[in-house]
Design a binder for this molecule. Structure first.
Ligand SMILES: Nc1ncnc2c1ncn2[C@@H]1O[C@H](COP(=O)(O)OP(=O)(O)O)[C@@H](O)[C@H]1O
Ligand SMILES: [Mg+2]
Length: 330
């Protein structure tokens, strides 16, 4: 059974008596043991999509349309109490800056064992034994000493490892990781992502990896969904997406970030302009003001996401493979 399924999810904000749509028509699927990366510039709707899954949308925001299913159960129909029960046990979340999600005045032991005692009913002793195992699993040496320490005594990478241990502690089926490594040095980012992806695979956990850095997720995700200005504009396997991006925005993103698989001195070309303000009306494809391929149709009509050469793309003029491009011209 599909672990997580979002279908045509829309998220609205009500502000000053007006309603604006922040996320349009978002659809994703994920199975256990798999990693899905959600990628896009800041403000594209990645975090809102994850928060909607967790039932943690801020006041004024709401899921206005669509279905979110976890193991076939409709999350949108669950009571806050039921969702609260899933959170931290079957579904856990890892955030960007562990210093703000870890409690500075509580020991690592307290924070790592709290969930296991509350949600799994483990004894203090049982939880401590498992905490030691978990720390070892996330590559922390001398775990007994680490348990006694406080977050400020650990390096950024170490804190993120602790966050992974906490996320895994109650045997979740799904982990949502929202920019989990953005605050870290690039080399450490790669190590932490590799570790997160490996542990999720080993424990048969589905992982949603949210990041603005398309360059770095390539080898850790099976599938990638690219978001732009509140819409999913391209979905494909990581392999296909990197080899031959179909959406001009995906192409632009790939050209603008350093990639682990290409020479370090490759010149980078950022996409000119900035994403639209979600509070402003904009007709057609939301990327059209920045798109080198935009035509009148792109300004007038929103392109629906559709199948193109093993990808799904929301674009009127997707980049086609050479052979097909020639046929299209002929
Ligand atoms: N509480 C809120 N009220 C109004 N707008 C919001 C709120 N939270 C997020 N937004 C807007 O929704 C859009 C998507 O936000 P978000 O999902 O956090 O983006 P991302 O995680 O991709 O950077 C942004 O334009 C952001 O400004
Ligand atoms: Mg975000």
């Amino acid at each position: 059974m599909t672990l997580l399924r979002l279908e045509n999810v829309a998220i609205d904000v009500d502000r000053d008596g007006q309603t604006r749509r922040l996320v349009h028509d978002a659809s994703f699927e994920l199975d256990r043991g798999e990693t899905l990366a959600i990628v896009g510039e800041s403000g594209s709707g990645k975090s809102l999509s994850a928060l909607a899954v967790m039932g943690l949308l801020a006041d004024g925001l709401r899921q206005a349309e669509g279905v979110i299913e976890f193991e076939g159960r409709d999350l949108s129909a669950m009571s806050p109490k039921q969702i609260n029960q899933l959170r931290g046990s079957e579904i856990s979340m890892i955030f960007q800056e562990p210093m703000t999600s870890l409690n500075p005045v509580r020991s690592i032991e307290h924070q790592l064992t709290e969930g296991m005692r509350l949600k799994m009913g483990l004894s203090r002793r049982g939880a401590r034994a498992r905490a030691l195992e978990l720390l070892q699993e996330v590559g922390i040496s001398d775990p007994a000493q680490r348990l006694r320490q406080y977050p400020h005594q650990l390096s950024g990478g170490m804190r993120q490892r602790v966050m992974i241990a906490i996320a895994l502690s109650c045997n979740p089926k799904l982990i949502l990781a929202d920019e989990p490594t953005t605050a870290l040095d690039v080399t450490i980012q790669a190590q932490i992502l590799a570790l997160t992806a490996k542990l999720c695979r080993d424990h048969d956990v589905g992982l949603v990896l949210i990041t603005h850095n398309l360059g770095i997720v390539a080898r850790y995700a099976r599938n990638v969904a690219v978001m732009y200005a509140g819409r999913v504009i391209e979905k494909a396997s990581a392999r296909d997406l990197y080899r031959a991006p179909k959406h001009p925005y995906t192409r632009g993103l790939l050209d603008s970030v350093p990639r682990l698989d290409l020479p370090r001195d490759r010149p980078l070309s950022p996409i000119a302009g900035a994403p639209p303000d979600p509070m402003e009306e904009l007709t057609g494809c939301r990327f059209h003001p920045r798109c080198p391929k935009a035509t009148d149709r792109c300004i007038a009509e929103v392109p629906a996401i559709h199948d193109v050469e093993r990808h799904q793309v929301a674009c009127w003029h997707p980049n086609l493979a050479q052979k097909n491009a020639r046929e299209a011209v002929a």
